[in-house]
Design a protein around this ligand. Sequence first.
Ligand code: HEM
Length: 206
Amino acid sequence: MRYPIWRLCVFMATMVWPLLWLFEAWSSALGPDLGKVLVDRLGLGTLILLLLTLGMTPLQKLSGWAGWIAVRRQLGLWCFAYVVLHLAAYCAFILGFDWSQLGVELRKRPYIIVGALGFLGLLVLAVTSNRYSQRRLGVRWKKLHRLVYGILGLGLLHMLWIVRADLKEWVVYASIGALLLAVRIPPVARRIPRLIAKKATSATKT
Ligand code: HEM
């Protein structure tokens, strides 16, 4: 396995947040509405990890360092772990495991349907992220994993629906998402290696 220390650092850096929030919840540091705080933090964590996962390929292309790709799958799986915790916190603290309230909840918070579609997408990607599925699905695997762009759209729509009044934070995440999608458009992607080569030659001249 390549880059073991780097992989371990990424593992620790992503694992520490839910543990810290659980500790804060346990020590009553999250205020009276700790359920909502936990749901929000885990939801935002999911979105950030999704953006980070999508950022690994452009970073590798820009820097030429394979370490970014070495942690891409791990980040994707962490994104799924966070969304599972987000959903679990919602079921425990907001729904109170009262499934009879689910219909009322969906009418009151229709953005949950958008989130649930995103969750299903992440589930499909997590289940098929192993080498066995990659080998079995062949070229279809790459096509299937393009689902990630739709999931990002759903995640952003889900968040937009919630934060309607205060768009500042949403605009930051949406812009990063748009940039990460833009660098994948073939004419833009083709320019990136040329940009690096140009930068390298001008650096050797100075
Ligand atoms: C079944 C799946 C899901 C459910 C039930 C769910 C539910 C919720 C709920 C109840 C909230 C809090 C709303 C409030 O503050 O009033 C929330 C916030 C949020 N969720 Fe989800 N969600 C789901 C999936 C997702 C997915 C897939 C993503 C990202 C890809 C996501 C990202 C977010 C974000 C970014 C927030 C806002 C956090 C903030 O305001 O700081 N959620 N979600």
